[in-house]
Design a binder for this molecule. Structure first.
Ligand code: SF4
Ligand code: SF4
Length: 279
Protein backbone atom coordinates (compact mmCIF):
# COMPACT_ATOMS: atom_id res chain seq x y z
CA UNK A 1 0.00 0.00 0.00
CA UNK A 2 1.26 3.47 -0.90
CA UNK A 3 0.32 6.23 1.57
CA UNK A 4 0.80 9.88 0.60
CA UNK A 5 1.16 12.33 3.50
CA UNK A 6 0.24 15.90 2.56
CA UNK A 7 -0.24 19.31 4.08
CA UNK A 8 -1.34 22.69 2.82
CA UNK A 9 1.75 24.44 4.12
CA UNK A 10 5.24 23.69 5.36
CA UNK A 11 5.68 23.07 9.08
CA UNK A 12 2.27 21.45 9.65
CA UNK A 13 3.88 18.17 10.75
CA UNK A 14 3.87 16.18 7.49
CA UNK A 15 7.42 14.87 7.90
CA UNK A 16 6.80 14.11 11.59
CA UNK A 17 3.78 11.95 10.68
CA UNK A 18 5.49 10.29 7.68
CA UNK A 19 8.65 9.31 9.52
CA UNK A 20 6.82 7.99 12.58
CA UNK A 21 4.36 5.97 10.48
CA UNK A 22 7.20 4.34 8.54
CA UNK A 23 9.11 3.46 11.72
CA UNK A 24 5.95 2.20 13.44
CA UNK A 25 5.24 -0.09 10.48
CA UNK A 26 8.64 -1.72 10.99
CA UNK A 27 9.23 -3.02 7.49
CA UNK A 28 8.45 -0.11 5.17
CA UNK A 29 9.79 2.34 2.64
CA UNK A 30 9.90 6.06 3.36
CA UNK A 31 10.22 8.30 0.28
CA UNK A 32 10.97 11.98 0.74
CA UNK A 33 9.26 13.70 -2.21
CA UNK A 34 9.68 17.13 -0.60
CA UNK A 35 12.81 17.42 -2.73
CA UNK A 36 13.43 21.13 -2.15
CA UNK A 37 13.71 20.56 1.60
CA UNK A 38 14.11 16.84 2.27
CA UNK A 39 14.16 16.70 6.07
CA UNK A 40 13.10 13.12 6.77
CA UNK A 41 16.72 11.94 6.64
CA UNK A 42 17.55 14.26 9.58
CA UNK A 43 15.32 12.06 11.77
CA UNK A 44 15.86 8.66 10.14
CA UNK A 45 19.65 9.06 9.77
CA UNK A 46 19.91 6.33 7.11
CA UNK A 47 23.03 4.20 6.76
CA UNK A 48 24.70 2.56 3.73
CA UNK A 49 23.61 5.38 1.43
CA UNK A 50 23.82 4.94 -2.32
CA UNK A 51 23.45 7.93 -4.64
CA UNK A 52 21.91 8.08 -8.10
CA UNK A 53 22.07 11.24 -10.26
CA UNK A 54 18.84 12.55 -11.81
CA UNK A 55 19.05 14.26 -15.19
CA UNK A 56 16.77 16.27 -17.45
CA UNK A 57 17.06 16.82 -21.17
CA UNK A 58 17.75 20.37 -22.34
CA UNK A 59 18.14 21.71 -25.87
CA UNK A 60 21.44 22.51 -27.54
CA UNK A 61 21.47 24.57 -30.73
CA UNK A 62 23.63 24.01 -33.82
CA UNK A 63 24.48 27.47 -35.27
CA UNK A 64 25.47 25.89 -38.59
CA UNK A 65 21.96 24.52 -39.11
CA UNK A 66 19.92 27.32 -37.48
CA UNK A 67 17.99 29.42 -40.02
CA UNK A 68 17.18 32.10 -37.40
CA UNK A 69 13.40 31.63 -37.76
CA UNK A 70 12.79 31.99 -33.97
CA UNK A 71 10.04 29.36 -33.96
CA UNK A 72 11.63 27.65 -30.94
CA UNK A 73 11.63 30.88 -28.89
CA UNK A 74 8.02 31.64 -29.80
CA UNK A 75 6.99 28.10 -28.88
CA UNK A 76 8.59 27.88 -25.42
CA UNK A 77 5.78 28.39 -22.88
CA UNK A 78 8.24 28.51 -19.97
CA UNK A 79 10.28 31.50 -21.24
CA UNK A 80 13.36 29.33 -21.12
CA UNK A 81 14.59 30.55 -24.51
CA UNK A 82 15.69 34.00 -25.65
CA UNK A 83 17.11 35.11 -28.95
CA UNK A 84 20.52 36.70 -28.53
CA UNK A 85 22.40 38.01 -31.57
CA UNK A 86 21.80 35.39 -34.25
CA UNK A 87 20.87 32.35 -32.17
CA UNK A 88 18.57 31.01 -29.45
CA UNK A 89 19.99 30.70 -25.93
CA UNK A 90 18.50 28.44 -23.24
CA UNK A 91 18.21 29.12 -19.49
CA UNK A 92 18.70 25.53 -18.26
CA UNK A 93 17.20 26.04 -14.77
CA UNK A 94 13.91 27.24 -16.30
CA UNK A 95 13.65 24.61 -19.05
CA UNK A 96 10.96 21.99 -18.30
CA UNK A 97 12.38 19.49 -20.80
CA UNK A 98 9.16 19.36 -22.82
CA UNK A 99 11.10 18.75 -26.04
CA UNK A 100 8.85 21.16 -27.94
CA UNK A 101 11.62 23.36 -29.35
CA UNK A 102 13.22 20.36 -31.06
CA UNK A 103 9.87 19.35 -32.54
CA UNK A 104 9.02 22.78 -34.00
CA UNK A 105 12.51 23.50 -35.38
CA UNK A 106 12.24 23.22 -39.20
CA UNK A 107 16.02 22.93 -39.66
CA UNK A 108 16.96 20.08 -37.34
CA UNK A 109 19.16 22.52 -35.43
CA UNK A 110 18.09 21.38 -31.94
CA UNK A 111 19.47 18.33 -30.22
CA UNK A 112 18.87 17.41 -26.58
CA UNK A 113 21.59 16.82 -23.99
CA UNK A 114 21.46 15.48 -20.43
CA UNK A 115 21.96 17.80 -17.46
CA UNK A 116 21.98 16.76 -13.78
CA UNK A 117 19.19 18.43 -11.80
CA UNK A 118 19.32 16.45 -8.58
CA UNK A 119 20.09 13.21 -6.78
CA UNK A 120 18.22 10.30 -5.25
CA UNK A 121 19.79 8.76 -2.15
CA UNK A 122 18.81 5.32 -0.87
CA UNK A 123 19.78 4.06 2.58
CA UNK A 124 18.44 2.06 5.52
CA UNK A 125 17.34 2.65 9.07
CA UNK A 126 16.79 -0.85 10.43
CA UNK A 127 14.08 -2.38 8.24
CA UNK A 128 12.97 0.99 6.88
CA UNK A 129 14.29 1.80 3.43
CA UNK A 130 14.87 5.55 3.20
CA UNK A 131 14.68 7.11 -0.28
CA UNK A 132 15.43 10.82 -0.49
CA UNK A 133 14.97 13.03 -3.53
CA UNK A 134 17.24 16.07 -3.53
CA UNK A 135 16.71 18.88 -6.06
CA UNK A 136 19.74 20.98 -6.96
CA UNK A 137 19.39 24.61 -5.73
CA UNK A 138 17.91 26.99 -8.30
CA UNK A 139 16.11 24.35 -10.39
CA UNK A 140 12.60 25.33 -11.46
CA UNK A 141 11.00 21.88 -11.69
CA UNK A 142 11.02 19.27 -8.93
CA UNK A 143 9.12 16.75 -11.04
CA UNK A 144 12.08 14.80 -12.56
CA UNK A 145 13.59 14.18 -9.09
CA UNK A 146 10.22 13.17 -7.61
CA UNK A 147 9.61 10.76 -10.50
CA UNK A 148 13.02 9.19 -10.01
CA UNK A 149 12.54 8.86 -6.22
CA UNK A 150 9.14 7.19 -6.74
CA UNK A 151 10.54 4.83 -9.35
CA UNK A 152 13.39 3.91 -7.01
CA UNK A 153 11.29 3.40 -3.88
CA UNK A 154 7.70 2.38 -4.65
CA UNK A 155 7.08 -1.33 -4.15
CA UNK A 156 3.56 -2.75 -4.13
CA UNK A 157 4.31 -5.56 -1.67
CA UNK A 158 5.20 -3.38 1.31
CA UNK A 159 4.01 -0.22 3.03
CA UNK A 160 5.40 2.86 1.31
CA UNK A 161 5.04 6.29 2.92
CA UNK A 162 5.39 9.31 0.64
CA UNK A 163 6.38 12.52 2.40
CA UNK A 164 4.93 14.93 -0.21
CA UNK A 165 5.88 18.56 -0.89
CA UNK A 166 3.65 21.13 0.86
CA UNK A 167 0.86 22.94 -1.01
CA UNK A 168 -1.12 21.80 -4.04
CA UNK A 169 1.18 22.45 -7.03
CA UNK A 170 2.36 20.15 -9.82
CA UNK A 171 5.06 18.55 -7.65
CA UNK A 172 2.32 17.48 -5.21
CA UNK A 173 0.24 16.09 -8.08
CA UNK A 174 3.20 14.05 -9.25
CA UNK A 175 3.83 12.70 -5.72
CA UNK A 176 0.20 11.76 -5.08
CA UNK A 177 -0.53 10.21 -8.47
CA UNK A 178 0.61 6.72 -7.44
CA UNK A 179 -0.87 6.75 -3.90
CA UNK A 180 -3.56 4.32 -2.74
CA UNK A 181 -4.56 6.51 0.21
CA UNK A 182 -3.82 10.08 1.34
CA UNK A 183 -3.36 11.49 4.83
CA UNK A 184 -3.78 15.25 5.19
CA UNK A 185 -1.99 16.73 8.19
CA UNK A 186 -3.59 19.91 9.48
CA UNK A 187 -3.09 22.30 12.37
CA UNK A 188 -6.33 23.37 14.10
CA UNK A 189 -6.06 27.07 13.25
CA UNK A 190 -7.74 29.41 10.74
CA UNK A 191 -4.57 29.50 8.62
CA UNK A 192 -4.20 25.72 8.85
CA UNK A 193 -7.83 25.15 7.81
CA UNK A 194 -7.53 27.51 4.82
CA UNK A 195 -4.48 25.67 3.43
CA UNK A 196 -5.97 22.30 4.28
CA UNK A 197 -9.09 23.08 2.19
CA UNK A 198 -6.90 23.73 -0.88
CA UNK A 199 -5.24 20.31 -0.56
CA UNK A 200 -8.65 18.73 0.11
CA UNK A 201 -9.79 20.05 -3.30
CA UNK A 202 -6.76 18.42 -4.89
CA UNK A 203 -7.36 14.93 -3.44
CA UNK A 204 -11.06 15.17 -4.27
CA UNK A 205 -10.16 16.09 -7.86
CA UNK A 206 -7.77 13.14 -8.03
CA UNK A 207 -10.49 10.86 -6.58
CA UNK A 208 -8.15 9.52 -3.90
CA UNK A 209 -9.54 8.12 -0.62
CA UNK A 210 -8.24 10.14 2.30
CA UNK A 211 -8.46 11.09 5.94
CA UNK A 212 -7.11 13.70 8.35
CA UNK A 213 -4.56 13.83 11.12
CA UNK A 214 -4.92 16.87 13.38
CA UNK A 215 -1.50 17.93 14.64
CA UNK A 216 -0.62 20.12 17.62
CA UNK A 217 -4.18 19.94 18.95
CA UNK A 218 -4.71 22.12 21.99
CA UNK A 219 -8.49 21.97 22.45
CA UNK A 220 -11.12 21.63 19.74
CA UNK A 221 -11.20 24.01 16.77
CA UNK A 222 -14.91 23.90 15.74
CA UNK A 223 -14.56 25.15 12.11
CA UNK A 224 -12.21 22.25 11.31
CA UNK A 225 -14.41 19.68 13.05
CA UNK A 226 -17.48 21.04 11.19
CA UNK A 227 -15.70 20.91 7.81
CA UNK A 228 -14.75 17.26 8.40
CA UNK A 229 -18.23 16.32 9.62
CA UNK A 230 -20.04 18.08 6.77
CA UNK A 231 -17.84 16.40 4.18
CA UNK A 232 -17.71 12.96 5.86
CA UNK A 233 -13.92 13.14 6.17
CA UNK A 234 -12.56 10.60 8.68
CA UNK A 235 -10.33 11.99 11.42
CA UNK A 236 -7.70 9.26 11.67
CA UNK A 237 -5.78 10.63 14.63
CA UNK A 238 -5.09 13.58 16.87
CA UNK A 239 -1.57 14.52 17.95
CA UNK A 240 -1.60 16.76 21.02
CA UNK A 241 0.28 20.02 21.34
CA UNK A 242 3.19 18.97 23.53
CA UNK A 243 6.45 20.52 24.61
CA UNK A 244 7.88 17.02 24.98
CA UNK A 245 7.16 16.20 21.31
CA UNK A 246 8.50 19.57 20.19
CA UNK A 247 11.70 18.90 22.13
CA UNK A 248 12.13 15.44 20.57
CA UNK A 249 11.63 16.87 17.07
CA UNK A 250 14.06 19.72 17.72
CA UNK A 251 16.64 17.14 18.81
CA UNK A 252 16.12 15.08 15.63
CA UNK A 253 14.65 12.15 17.60
CA UNK A 254 11.98 9.76 16.35
CA UNK A 255 9.12 10.31 18.76
CA UNK A 256 7.41 6.91 18.43
CA UNK A 257 10.55 5.11 19.61
CA UNK A 258 11.64 7.73 22.16
CA UNK A 259 8.30 8.17 23.91
CA UNK A 260 5.98 5.26 24.81
CA UNK A 261 2.78 7.31 24.67
CA UNK A 262 3.62 8.58 21.18
CA UNK A 263 4.51 5.02 20.14
CA UNK A 264 0.97 3.91 21.09
CA UNK A 265 -0.52 6.93 19.31
CA UNK A 266 1.20 6.04 16.02
CA UNK A 267 0.33 2.35 16.37
CA UNK A 268 -3.35 3.37 16.65
CA UNK A 269 -2.96 5.79 13.74
CA UNK A 270 -1.42 3.15 11.48
CA UNK A 271 -4.22 0.75 12.39
CA UNK A 272 -6.86 3.41 11.62
CA UNK A 273 -5.23 4.22 8.27
CA UNK A 274 -5.11 0.55 7.25
CA UNK A 275 -8.76 0.06 8.28
CA UNK A 276 -9.86 3.12 6.27
CA UNK A 277 -7.70 2.31 3.25
CA UNK A 278 -8.94 -1.23 3.02
CA UNK A 279 -12.68 -0.42 3.24
S1 SF4 B 1 12.53 21.87 -24.00
FE1 SF4 B 1 10.55 22.93 -23.76
S2 SF4 B 1 10.82 24.17 -21.91
FE2 SF4 B 1 12.87 23.59 -22.59
S3 SF4 B 1 13.54 25.27 -23.88
FE3 SF4 B 1 12.59 23.74 -25.25
S4 SF4 B 1 10.46 24.40 -25.44
FE4 SF4 B 1 11.32 25.47 -23.67
S1 SF4 C 1 13.55 26.87 -34.54
FE1 SF4 C 1 15.47 25.96 -35.19
S2 SF4 C 1 16.04 27.16 -36.94
FE2 SF4 C 1 14.49 28.35 -35.90
S3 SF4 C 1 15.67 29.69 -34.51
FE3 SF4 C 1 15.17 27.86 -33.35
S4 SF4 C 1 16.96 26.54 -33.65
FE4 SF4 C 1 17.07 28.10 -35.23
Amino acid sequence: MILAVLSGKGGAGKTFVSVNLAVTAGRATYIDCDVEEPNGRLFLKPKDIKEKPVSSRIPEFDPEKCSECRKCVDFCQFNALVYVGDRPVVFPEVCHSCGGCAIVCPSGAVKETERQVGTVETGWRGDVRVVTGILNPGEASAVPVIKSALKTGCAAEELTVLDCPPGSGCSVLESVSSADYCILVVEPTAFGLHNFQMVAELVWLMKKPWGVVINREDGAYPPLEEFCTQNAIPILGRIPYSKKLAGLCAAGQIACTSDEETGHLFARLLYAVREEAET
